[in-house]
Ligand binder design. Structure first.
Ligand code: FCB
Length: 435
């Protein structure tokens, strides 16, 4: 066990990707590659925005004081979902990614909470009324705390095989209850972050350093996704189902070295999609933020220092389409500041948006089909233990009792991009990458 663990830590500390490739010839495109049906949207997650969660594993973690800062009311989206939907629609966007929080819907095993069930009906209706297509995550890292009770083998949470059938049973229930209102589904958010962050590096609950547990957790997540995929399809005829790993690998860098240690670590998006793309993904979704190598990513909780690399969204898109030949969806892309302050590297959210969308346009102009782009996030929210990282198109001061949403210049830029169906030459010149 010790050997495996030190191998894992060596893996996270020493290998991952070879150095980031310097940009090759080719500039981001300002061509209007996006077709009218393209989904411009934002991404959110329930635990980070709703507030008032008392029954999830993350709520238990937060209540036990294991986080840097208390969650408070998050951003009170539970009560202000219409306002946040209004803000999204006001930018001319057409999609809104959210999670329907499992712990609120099923706070104890098999017993659904009528208030929460109705709440999410209301949320989905509010989105639809504003022309926003919901993109629904079944479990965005949080799950009901009762799944952390030991199973017959004494295993908890994702270490327990029980999680596979639990997720599938819940997904079937969701599809029966909400199926007519939902087309786009994501079973799991970033399984390849949850695994390392929670079971190797000890950043997220249950904060273990246990490679054997980690391997099981990765296998359980992939198996759970497959079962949930089938369960959603069995109950929602029009469903389009996928999952969204974080994309951390580039086609023009050689393998990340993990295969020499263990072929079943599922650390990067290929290892996950190789398993699920053949029969269990209707589209290939991914989250993309930075050019960090895995070893650094899992250690860097300071997301405002994540290095910005817009070309990576192009590289990953080209690579994933070449491998799996399925339409793509960018389910998260965004940039943090520390409490809204200017970043040391000079990147602004306006430039981040313009440069990433432009590189995505280039991939599309070269024939990669992309269904949509979800910016993380419509507003600042609670970043898994801290209010310091700010990702919002609308800023929120967590100390403001009113939690007022304040429009930022990046909201104007995104609005212009969505209205025009892409980034213009003018925007590319106005918002260049900082030198
Ligand atoms: C992603 C998570 C999302 C958010 C962003 C900043 O890894 O999926 O919930 O925290 O990072």
């Amino acid at each position: 066990m010790k050997r495996l663990l030190s191998l894992a830590l060596a893996l996270l500390a020493g290998c991952a990707h070879s150095p980031i490739a310097t940009p090759k010839a080719g500039a981001p495109s300002s061509a209007k590659a996006m077709q009218p049906g393209f989904m411009w949207g934002v991404a959110t997650a329930g635990f980070q925005s709703e507030g008032g969660d008392r029954t999830s594993n993350w709520a238990a973690w937060e209540q036990a004081g294991k986080v840097a800062q208390p969650i408070g009311r998050a951003i009170d989206n539970w009560n202000r979902y219409k306002e946040d939907a209004d803000l999204t629609a006001s930018l001319g966007l057409g999609a809104y990614r959210l999670s329907l929080e499992w712990s609120r819907l099923e706070p104890s095993p098999g017993k659904h909470d009528a208030v929460a069930v109705q709440h999410y009906h209301d949320v989905l209706a509010a989105l639809r009324q504003r022309g926003l297509e919901p993109i629904v995550t079944v479990s965005h890292w949080a799950y009901p705390a009762w799944l952390d009770e030991p199973d017959a083998d004494g295993k908890r949470g994702w270490e327990s095989e029980r999680m596979q059938t639990a997720l599938a049973t819940h997904a079937a229930w969701l599809a029966k209850e909400y199926g007519p209102q939902i087309k786009w589904w994501l079973t799991l958010n970033e399984p390849n972050t949850l695994g390392p962050a929670a079971f190797v590096v000890g950043m997220h609950p249950p904060a273990k350093h246990d490679l054997l547990a980690y391997r099981k957790v990765m296998q359980h997540q992939i198996a759970a996704h497959k079962l949930a995929y089938d369960a959603i399809h069995a109950n929602d005829a029009d469903a389009q189902v996928s999952l969204c790993p974080i994309a951390i690998n580039y086609p023009d860098t050689p393998g990340n070295g993990t295969e020499a240690v263990d072929p079943h670590l599922y650390l990067d998006e290929h290892e996950i999609y190789d398993q699920v793309a053949p029969h269990h993904a209707d589209y290939v979704a991914f989250n993309y933020f930075h050019s960090l190598r895995l070893r650094d990513y899992v250690k860097v909780s300071k997301s405002w220092t994540w290095p910005v690399y817009p070309r990576g969204i192009y590289e990953v898109s080209k690579d994933l389409y070449a491998r799996y030949h399925k339409p793509l969806m960018i389910t998260e892309n965004g940039m943090a500041t520390f409490q809204g302050q200017a970043r040391g590297d000079g990147w602004t959210r306006e430039a981040f948006l313009v440069q990433h969308v432009a590189w995505l346009q280039k991939a599309m102009a070269e024939g990669v089909p992309v269904l949509g782009y979800m910016h993380w996030s419509i507003a600042d929210n609670y970043e898994w233990g801290s209010h310091d990282p700010r990702f919002g198109l609308f800023s929120i001061d967590p100390n403001d009792l009113a939690l007022k949403r304040v429009r930022t210049p990046a909201a104007d830029v995104y609005q212009a991009i969505a209205r025009a169906g892409g980034v213009s030459q003018d925007q590319l010149q106005r918002y260049p990458a900082p030198r």
